[in-house]
Design a protein around this ligand. Structure first.
Ligand SMILES: C[S@@+](CC[C@H](N)C(=O)[O-])C[C@H]1O[C@@H](n2cnc3c(N)ncnc32)[C@H](O)[C@@H]1O
Length: 239
């Protein structure tokens, strides 16, 4: 699925597939009911009504937005061809299997590209290779967007100081996650860093922090948001 230049580890790919496939129902229930994800849904809903054909990358069979606001949606993830035939999805959605790092779509084919809580899942062996994956995903989104197309990225961001901590523990935490967690390893970024990467490719980027509710998901667990440094952040850019 990915070539040698796309260094998301096989471990990350396998665990993303198994975790989100095996836990689709419970994960979706949390997304639909927890307050933080309601606020995310409201913000995404406000940003999509002007889009005809939307590519939703890292969809996972989960829609944290109102799908009726868009004419046509192509949902892309690593495992959507493996969902059972009985899996019900909205009529205006088609499921495709493929990677954010090598989008199986032609240049300039979509009016909008959406990524909700995807970027921190594109982990490589090192912090550096993970960051390269983030850049590649943004560049791929840019490639498949039509001129004037809209890029909407909702991501769980951290304060800059926390990235220093993540860098220190990345290898050890990766080994721990590989051994003891069903959830894949993740790496979250400060909004400034993601904003700079988007700015390199797109004309202009608007950045909005979404207020956290009382609960947030971390490594698949529902935790009180006050114990985490994360802040959901919405980036909107135009090609
Ligand atoms: C936290 S879930 C987000 C699901 C959904 N977008 C939402 O709003 O909750 C992250 C998703 O990213 C997917 N993912 C991880 N690596 C990917 C890649 N290289 N290409 C496409 N999707 C990927 C996972 O399979 C998973 O479904």
């Amino acid at each position: 699925m990915q070539d040698a230049n796309t260094p998301q580890t096989q471990e990350s790919i396998n665990k993303n597939i198994s975790f989100f496939q095996n836990n689709l129902e419970s994960y979706n229930k949390n997304i639909q009911s927890l307050d933080t994800y309601k606020a995310i849904r409201q913000a995404v809903d406000q940003s999509i009504p002007d889009i005809d054909h939307l590519l939703d990358i890292g969809n996972g069979g989960v829609f944290d937005y109102d799908t009726s606001l868009v004419k046509k949606i192509t949902a892309l993830d690593l495992f959507l061809d493996q969902l059972p035939d009985t899996f019900v999805h909205p009529k205006n959605v088609i499921f495709k299997t493929g990677s954010a790092l090598e989008i199986p779509e032609k240049d300039e084919s979509f009016d909008g590209v959406l990524m909700v809580m995807l970027i921190h899942h594109l982990t490589g062996d090192t912090v550096k290779s993970s960051m390269k994956n983030m850049q590649l995903a943004i560049s791929e989104a840019h490639r498949v967007l039509k001129p004037n197309g809209k890029f909407i990225l909702m991501e769980s961001c951290i304060p800059p100081w926390f990235l220093h901590f993540e860098k220190l523990v990345y290898r050890l935490a990766g080994k721990f996650a590989a051994r003891f967690l069903e959830h894949p390893m993740t790496l979250q970024y400060p909004k400034e860093l993601i904003g700079d990467e988007i700015q390199k490719k797109f004309n202009h980027v608007d950045i909005t922090e979404i207020p956290l509710g009382r609960w947030v998901l971390q490594f698949g667990f529902k935790v009180p948001s006050f114990i985490t440094p994360v802040c959901p952040t919405l980036f909107i850019a135009t090609k």
